[in-house]
Design a binder for this molecule. Structure first.
Ligand code: HEC
Ligand code: HEC
Length: 237
Protein backbone atom coordinates (compact mmCIF):
# COMPACT_ATOMS: atom_id res chain seq x y z
CA UNK A 1 0.00 0.00 0.00
CA UNK A 2 2.65 2.55 1.03
CA UNK A 3 4.91 1.61 -1.90
CA UNK A 4 2.34 2.70 -4.46
CA UNK A 5 3.30 6.28 -3.60
CA UNK A 6 6.58 6.03 -1.67
CA UNK A 7 8.53 3.70 -4.02
CA UNK A 8 10.00 5.22 -7.20
CA UNK A 9 8.58 3.92 -10.51
CA UNK A 10 10.53 2.38 -13.37
CA UNK A 11 10.11 2.88 -17.10
CA UNK A 12 7.06 0.62 -17.31
CA UNK A 13 5.53 2.45 -14.32
CA UNK A 14 6.26 -0.60 -12.16
CA UNK A 15 7.35 -0.02 -8.56
CA UNK A 16 11.13 -0.40 -8.40
CA UNK A 17 11.03 -2.78 -5.44
CA UNK A 18 8.31 -4.54 -3.47
CA UNK A 19 10.08 -5.40 -0.23
CA UNK A 20 13.18 -4.74 1.85
CA UNK A 21 15.39 -6.77 -0.51
CA UNK A 22 15.37 -3.72 -2.81
CA UNK A 23 17.24 -0.49 -1.97
CA UNK A 24 14.60 1.46 -3.89
CA UNK A 25 11.70 0.17 -1.76
CA UNK A 26 10.02 3.16 -0.03
CA UNK A 27 12.93 5.44 -0.93
CA UNK A 28 10.58 8.16 -2.23
CA UNK A 29 8.34 8.41 -5.30
CA UNK A 30 6.68 11.04 -7.48
CA UNK A 31 3.02 10.50 -8.37
CA UNK A 32 0.55 12.97 -9.79
CA UNK A 33 2.90 15.85 -8.94
CA UNK A 34 3.24 14.97 -5.26
CA UNK A 35 6.55 13.62 -4.05
CA UNK A 36 6.02 11.01 -1.32
CA UNK A 37 9.11 11.22 0.87
CA UNK A 38 11.84 8.71 1.61
CA UNK A 39 10.67 6.41 4.44
CA UNK A 40 14.06 4.77 4.99
CA UNK A 41 16.69 5.57 7.61
CA UNK A 42 18.51 8.33 5.73
CA UNK A 43 19.63 11.03 8.16
CA UNK A 44 18.51 14.04 6.08
CA UNK A 45 15.27 13.43 4.21
CA UNK A 46 14.55 9.98 5.67
CA UNK A 47 13.06 8.88 8.97
CA UNK A 48 16.28 8.64 11.00
CA UNK A 49 15.27 11.42 13.42
CA UNK A 50 11.64 10.29 13.82
CA UNK A 51 10.92 7.72 16.53
CA UNK A 52 8.53 4.77 16.06
CA UNK A 53 6.14 6.45 18.56
CA UNK A 54 6.07 9.67 16.53
CA UNK A 55 5.56 7.72 13.30
CA UNK A 56 2.59 5.86 14.77
CA UNK A 57 1.12 9.19 15.97
CA UNK A 58 1.67 10.71 12.51
CA UNK A 59 -0.25 7.87 10.82
CA UNK A 60 -3.09 8.12 13.35
CA UNK A 61 -3.48 11.91 13.63
CA UNK A 62 -1.45 13.46 10.79
CA UNK A 63 0.85 15.06 13.37
CA UNK A 64 4.04 13.70 14.91
CA UNK A 65 7.51 15.02 15.82
CA UNK A 66 6.35 18.54 14.88
CA UNK A 67 5.52 17.46 11.32
CA UNK A 68 2.08 17.63 9.70
CA UNK A 69 0.82 15.60 6.75
CA UNK A 70 0.17 17.45 3.48
CA UNK A 71 -0.59 16.69 -0.16
CA UNK A 72 -1.83 13.18 -0.93
CA UNK A 73 -0.70 11.96 2.52
CA UNK A 74 -3.65 13.85 4.08
CA UNK A 75 -6.25 11.67 2.31
CA UNK A 76 -4.22 8.53 3.03
CA UNK A 77 -4.43 9.26 6.76
CA UNK A 78 -8.00 10.56 6.81
CA UNK A 79 -9.48 7.78 4.64
CA UNK A 80 -7.52 4.83 5.91
CA UNK A 81 -4.55 4.94 8.28
CA UNK A 82 -6.36 6.65 11.18
CA UNK A 83 -8.69 3.62 11.42
CA UNK A 84 -5.91 1.07 12.00
CA UNK A 85 -5.54 -0.28 15.54
CA UNK A 86 -2.75 1.09 17.71
CA UNK A 87 -1.04 -2.31 17.50
CA UNK A 88 -1.06 -2.25 13.69
CA UNK A 89 0.21 1.34 13.58
CA UNK A 90 3.00 0.45 15.97
CA UNK A 91 3.89 -2.63 13.88
CA UNK A 92 4.14 -0.54 10.68
CA UNK A 93 6.24 2.10 12.47
CA UNK A 94 8.62 -0.47 13.96
CA UNK A 95 8.96 -2.16 10.54
CA UNK A 96 9.75 1.14 8.79
CA UNK A 97 12.47 1.82 11.35
CA UNK A 98 14.22 -1.43 10.32
CA UNK A 99 14.77 -0.27 6.70
CA UNK A 100 18.40 0.78 6.16
CA UNK A 101 19.39 4.14 4.65
CA UNK A 102 19.81 4.29 0.86
CA UNK A 103 22.77 6.64 1.08
CA UNK A 104 20.98 9.02 -1.29
CA UNK A 105 22.61 12.41 -1.82
CA UNK A 106 20.21 14.94 -0.35
CA UNK A 107 19.87 17.65 2.24
CA UNK A 108 21.13 17.42 5.79
CA UNK A 109 19.97 18.76 9.15
CA UNK A 110 22.53 19.70 11.76
CA UNK A 111 21.63 22.28 14.43
CA UNK A 112 25.31 23.29 14.59
CA UNK A 113 24.96 24.72 11.07
CA UNK A 114 22.55 27.33 12.43
CA UNK A 115 25.34 29.04 14.34
CA UNK A 116 26.65 32.23 12.71
CA UNK A 117 29.85 31.73 10.82
CA UNK A 118 29.28 28.05 10.02
CA UNK A 119 29.60 27.49 6.29
CA UNK A 120 26.91 25.44 4.64
CA UNK A 121 27.96 22.85 2.09
CA UNK A 122 25.00 23.40 -0.22
CA UNK A 123 24.85 27.16 0.37
CA UNK A 124 22.22 28.95 -1.68
CA UNK A 125 23.21 31.04 -4.69
CA UNK A 126 20.29 33.37 -3.98
CA UNK A 127 21.15 35.99 -1.35
CA UNK A 128 19.46 34.54 1.78
CA UNK A 129 18.37 38.04 2.85
CA UNK A 130 15.71 38.16 0.13
CA UNK A 131 14.21 34.82 1.11
CA UNK A 132 14.37 35.84 4.78
CA UNK A 133 12.29 38.95 4.08
CA UNK A 134 9.61 36.93 2.27
CA UNK A 135 9.62 34.41 5.14
CA UNK A 136 9.20 37.13 7.78
CA UNK A 137 6.33 38.72 5.86
CA UNK A 138 4.38 35.65 4.71
CA UNK A 139 5.34 32.54 6.69
CA UNK A 140 6.64 33.35 10.18
CA UNK A 141 3.20 34.12 11.61
CA UNK A 142 2.47 30.38 11.45
CA UNK A 143 5.82 28.60 11.11
CA UNK A 144 7.55 31.05 13.55
CA UNK A 145 10.82 32.92 13.12
CA UNK A 146 12.80 29.97 14.48
CA UNK A 147 11.14 27.56 12.00
CA UNK A 148 9.82 25.44 14.86
CA UNK A 149 6.11 25.97 14.12
CA UNK A 150 3.50 25.37 16.82
CA UNK A 151 3.19 21.73 18.00
CA UNK A 152 -0.05 20.05 16.84
CA UNK A 153 -1.02 23.22 14.93
CA UNK A 154 1.59 24.44 12.41
CA UNK A 155 4.40 22.11 11.29
CA UNK A 156 8.06 22.78 12.04
CA UNK A 157 10.18 23.50 8.98
CA UNK A 158 13.50 23.21 10.87
CA UNK A 159 14.72 19.61 10.65
CA UNK A 160 11.58 18.50 8.76
CA UNK A 161 12.73 15.64 6.49
CA UNK A 162 10.29 16.43 3.68
CA UNK A 163 11.57 20.04 3.55
CA UNK A 164 15.19 19.05 2.82
CA UNK A 165 14.65 16.23 0.32
CA UNK A 166 16.25 16.22 -3.11
CA UNK A 167 12.87 16.24 -4.91
CA UNK A 168 11.20 19.59 -4.31
CA UNK A 169 7.94 19.03 -6.24
CA UNK A 170 5.72 18.83 -3.13
CA UNK A 171 7.20 21.99 -1.59
CA UNK A 172 6.64 24.12 -4.67
CA UNK A 173 3.18 22.68 -5.24
CA UNK A 174 2.11 23.34 -1.63
CA UNK A 175 3.18 26.98 -1.86
CA UNK A 176 1.41 27.49 -5.18
CA UNK A 177 -1.85 25.70 -4.27
CA UNK A 178 -1.94 25.94 -0.47
CA UNK A 179 -3.47 22.97 1.31
CA UNK A 180 -5.66 21.64 4.03
CA UNK A 181 -3.90 19.91 6.88
CA UNK A 182 -5.22 16.65 8.33
CA UNK A 183 -8.38 16.31 10.44
CA UNK A 184 -8.82 12.97 12.21
CA UNK A 185 -10.91 11.50 15.03
CA UNK A 186 -8.05 11.58 17.53
CA UNK A 187 -6.01 14.50 16.21
CA UNK A 188 -6.21 18.30 16.51
CA UNK A 189 -8.57 20.34 14.29
CA UNK A 190 -7.78 21.02 10.63
CA UNK A 191 -5.58 24.00 9.76
CA UNK A 192 -5.07 25.52 6.34
CA UNK A 193 -1.95 26.63 4.53
CA UNK A 194 -2.80 29.56 2.23
CA UNK A 195 -2.03 29.58 -1.51
CA UNK A 196 0.68 32.02 -2.56
CA UNK A 197 0.02 31.81 -6.31
CA UNK A 198 -1.36 35.36 -6.42
CA UNK A 199 0.78 36.92 -3.71
CA UNK A 200 4.31 35.77 -4.51
CA UNK A 201 6.16 35.73 -7.83
CA UNK A 202 8.02 32.65 -9.04
CA UNK A 203 11.26 34.39 -8.01
CA UNK A 204 9.97 34.99 -4.47
CA UNK A 205 8.69 31.39 -4.12
CA UNK A 206 12.14 30.13 -5.12
CA UNK A 207 13.83 32.56 -2.71
CA UNK A 208 11.68 31.70 0.29
CA UNK A 209 11.95 27.94 -0.23
CA UNK A 210 15.71 28.26 -0.70
CA UNK A 211 15.83 30.21 2.58
CA UNK A 212 13.74 27.57 4.39
CA UNK A 213 16.02 24.81 3.06
CA UNK A 214 19.14 26.65 4.29
CA UNK A 215 18.05 27.94 7.73
CA UNK A 216 17.96 26.75 11.35
CA UNK A 217 20.35 23.88 10.62
CA UNK A 218 18.66 22.78 7.36
CA UNK A 219 21.11 22.49 4.48
CA UNK A 220 19.66 21.47 1.12
CA UNK A 221 20.26 22.58 -2.45
CA UNK A 222 18.64 25.84 -3.63
CA UNK A 223 15.36 25.93 -5.58
CA UNK A 224 15.54 27.91 -8.82
CA UNK A 225 12.96 30.19 -10.40
CA UNK A 226 12.94 27.74 -13.30
CA UNK A 227 11.96 24.86 -10.95
CA UNK A 228 8.95 26.93 -9.84
CA UNK A 229 7.98 28.11 -13.32
CA UNK A 230 8.15 24.62 -14.85
CA UNK A 231 6.02 22.99 -12.12
CA UNK A 232 3.47 25.82 -12.38
CA UNK A 233 3.16 25.28 -16.10
CA UNK A 234 2.68 21.53 -15.52
CA UNK A 235 -0.02 22.23 -12.92
CA UNK A 236 -1.54 25.05 -15.04
CA UNK A 237 -1.52 27.29 -11.94
C1 HEC B 1 -1.52 8.46 -2.11
C2 HEC B 1 -0.10 8.49 -1.90
C3 HEC B 1 0.45 8.04 -0.56
C4 HEC B 1 0.26 6.82 0.09
C5 HEC B 1 -0.59 5.63 -0.36
C6 HEC B 1 1.06 6.87 1.30
N1 HEC B 1 1.72 8.08 1.38
FE1 HEC B 1 2.91 8.69 2.93
N2 HEC B 1 3.20 10.49 1.98
C7 HEC B 1 2.69 10.84 0.75
C8 HEC B 1 3.16 12.19 0.41
C9 HEC B 1 2.84 12.95 -0.86
C10 HEC B 1 3.98 12.60 1.48
C11 HEC B 1 4.74 13.94 1.58
C12 HEC B 1 3.94 14.96 2.33
C13 HEC B 1 4.02 14.81 3.83
O1 HEC B 1 5.14 14.79 4.39
O2 HEC B 1 2.95 14.66 4.46
C14 HEC B 1 3.97 11.52 2.47
C15 HEC B 1 4.61 11.57 3.71
C16 HEC B 1 4.68 10.53 4.61
C17 HEC B 1 5.40 10.58 5.86
C18 HEC B 1 6.13 11.78 6.40
C19 HEC B 1 7.54 11.70 5.97
C20 HEC B 1 8.33 12.93 6.23
O3 HEC B 1 9.55 12.82 6.08
O4 HEC B 1 7.79 13.99 6.56
C21 HEC B 1 5.27 9.34 6.46
C22 HEC B 1 5.85 8.88 7.78
C23 HEC B 1 4.46 8.53 5.57
N3 HEC B 1 4.11 9.29 4.46
C24 HEC B 1 4.14 7.20 5.80
C25 HEC B 1 3.32 6.45 4.96
C26 HEC B 1 2.98 5.06 5.22
C27 HEC B 1 3.52 4.24 6.39
C28 HEC B 1 2.13 4.66 4.24
C29 HEC B 1 1.43 3.31 4.07
C30 HEC B 1 0.73 2.81 5.22
C31 HEC B 1 1.95 5.82 3.34
N4 HEC B 1 2.69 6.87 3.82
C32 HEC B 1 1.16 5.82 2.21
C33 HEC B 1 1.85 10.09 -0.04
C34 HEC B 1 1.37 8.82 0.27
C1 HEC C 1 -1.88 30.62 8.12
C2 HEC C 1 -0.79 29.76 8.51
C3 HEC C 1 0.30 29.44 7.50
C4 HEC C 1 1.07 30.32 6.75
C5 HEC C 1 0.98 31.84 6.70
C6 HEC C 1 2.04 29.50 6.03
N1 HEC C 1 1.84 28.18 6.33
FE1 HEC C 1 2.98 26.63 5.68
N2 HEC C 1 1.71 25.30 6.58
C7 HEC C 1 0.59 25.65 7.32
C8 HEC C 1 -0.15 24.45 7.65
C9 HEC C 1 -1.45 24.39 8.44
C10 HEC C 1 0.56 23.38 7.09
C11 HEC C 1 0.16 21.90 7.17
C12 HEC C 1 -0.02 21.15 5.94
C13 HEC C 1 -1.10 21.31 4.95
O1 HEC C 1 -1.44 22.44 4.48
O2 HEC C 1 -1.63 20.27 4.57
C14 HEC C 1 1.73 23.95 6.43
C15 HEC C 1 2.74 23.21 5.80
C16 HEC C 1 3.88 23.74 5.25
C17 HEC C 1 4.98 22.95 4.71
C18 HEC C 1 5.07 21.44 4.71
C19 HEC C 1 5.64 20.99 6.03
C20 HEC C 1 4.90 19.86 6.68
O3 HEC C 1 5.53 18.96 7.26
O4 HEC C 1 3.65 19.87 6.66
C21 HEC C 1 5.91 23.84 4.21
C22 HEC C 1 7.24 23.51 3.54
C23 HEC C 1 5.38 25.17 4.43
N3 HEC C 1 4.16 25.07 5.07
C24 HEC C 1 6.02 26.34 4.07
C25 HEC C 1 5.46 27.62 4.19
C26 HEC C 1 6.07 28.82 3.65
C27 HEC C 1 7.41 28.86 2.94
C28 HEC C 1 5.19 29.85 3.92
C29 HEC C 1 5.32 31.32 3.53
C30 HEC C 1 5.48 31.59 2.11
C31 HEC C 1 4.07 29.28 4.67
N4 HEC C 1 4.27 27.92 4.78
C32 HEC C 1 3.01 30.01 5.18
C33 HEC C 1 0.23 26.92 7.70
C34 HEC C 1 0.78 28.09 7.19
Amino acid sequence: HCGSCHTPRGLGYQERGYDESSQAFLSGGLNDNWFASNLRADPGSGLARITAEDLAAFMKTGHGAGIAAYGSMVETIEDSLQYLTDDDLRAIAVYLKTLPATGAADGVFDPALAQPGRLKTRAPDVPPAQGAAVYAGFCAQCHRHDGKGVPQVFPALAGNPSVIGEDTTSLIRLLVEGGNGPATIHGPPRQAMPSFAERLTDVQIAQVLTYVRASWGNDARPITTNDVASLRSTLHK
